[in-house]
Design a binder for this molecule. Structure first.
Ligand code: SF4
Length: 280
């Protein structure tokens, strides 16, 4: 376990963490982008993991736009990290353990983190455990990405900011409708489309996230992110790889699914090929 503050400025901190990761991501270097005042509160917090997660969500709430930009989950309150004390206990712990501080971008702390990660055979950076890398100045974000790339790391990156084109080659644009997805793809993004929890079809030209419950139900096995690696942006203008589709799992979605299953039988996903033939 290792945590380092790699950026502090404009009231925001970025913390890099090496830990076991979770079942979905596997082992990665995780970036946590948070308000500086939340970092200070987590440093001072005395209490258990769940209570710290709850304190984190309360602290982030009034200033969430500073780190999550225009994410639509801010308004709906359905972010599985920023609105859920249990999940928030992970970024809260990352902030609590990052004791050393810095001013601006600390390239040495970032290099040290990556060097240590290599010793554990970790070669992916998750952006982000919480928050959005687009909240950092573009030159800082690009320096973080360039150092990681030079050291052989690949990204698992997600942003909600379509205007953050400097992240296009490393991050997926998170979108919430097929129309939004098609517009973003036309602008050069690969996208991570978070679909309705009751969706029964994967849009043509998309792959279903192999670590999702729906994919596991379809194929009988799953793949963690570090082994899949599909969410690393659009490598070049002519990157023809599929974008990714996943069914939303936010607050209340599981009960909606259970209710629909009771009403209609199984809520199953069908995978369509480009010719709209059912292939899975
Ligand atoms: S598509 Fe692959 S990399 Fe992206 S979230 Fe799913 S498992 Fe992870």
């Amino acid at each position: 376990m290792f945590d380092a503050m790699i950026y502090r400025g404009n009231g925001i901190v970025a913390i890099a963490t090496i830990n076991k990761g979770n079942k979905k991501t596997g082992q990665v270097v995780g970036l946590t982008i948070a308000p500086e005042s939340t970092w200070q509160e987590m440093q001072a917090f005395k209490g258990g993991s769940l209570a710290r997660g709850a304190a984190y969500t309360r602290s982030v709430k009034p200033q969430i736009e500073t780190v999550c930009g225009s994410c639509p989950f801010i308004a709906t309150g359905k972010c599985y990290v920023q609105h859920n004390a249990q999940t928030a206990s992970q970024p809260a712990a990352n902030l609590a353990r990052a004791i050393e501080t810095c001013e601006g971008f600390d390239a040495d702390a970032w290099r040290l983190t990556l060097t240590l990660a290599k010793r554990y055979r970790i070669d992916r950076v998750r952006s982000a455990v919480a928050g959005d890398l687009a909240a950092l100045p573009a030159d800082v974000a690009l320096a973080i990405l360039e150092i990681a790339k030079r050291r052989g790391f690949r990204m698992l990156g997600y942003t909600h900011e379509a205007q953050a084109v400097h992240l296009q080659s490393t991050h997926m644009l998170s979108v919430h409708s097929e129309a939004e997805a098609r517009r973003a793809i036309a602008l050069g993004w690969r996208v991570f489309l978070v679909g309705d929890p009751l969706a029964t079809r994967v849009p043509a030209g998309f792959m279903i996230c192999p670590s999702s419950d729906e994919s596991i139900a379809l194929r009988g096995r799953g793949l963690p992110c570090h082994a899949c690696g599909a969410c690393d942006g659009a490598r070049r203008d002519d990157d023809r790889r599929s974008s990714v589709f996943v069914v939303r799992h936010g607050g209340g979605d599981s009960s909606r699914k259970r209710a629909a299953k009771k009403r209609n039988g199984n809520v199953a996903i069908e995978v369509l090929s480009a010719s709209r033939r059912v292939v899975g």
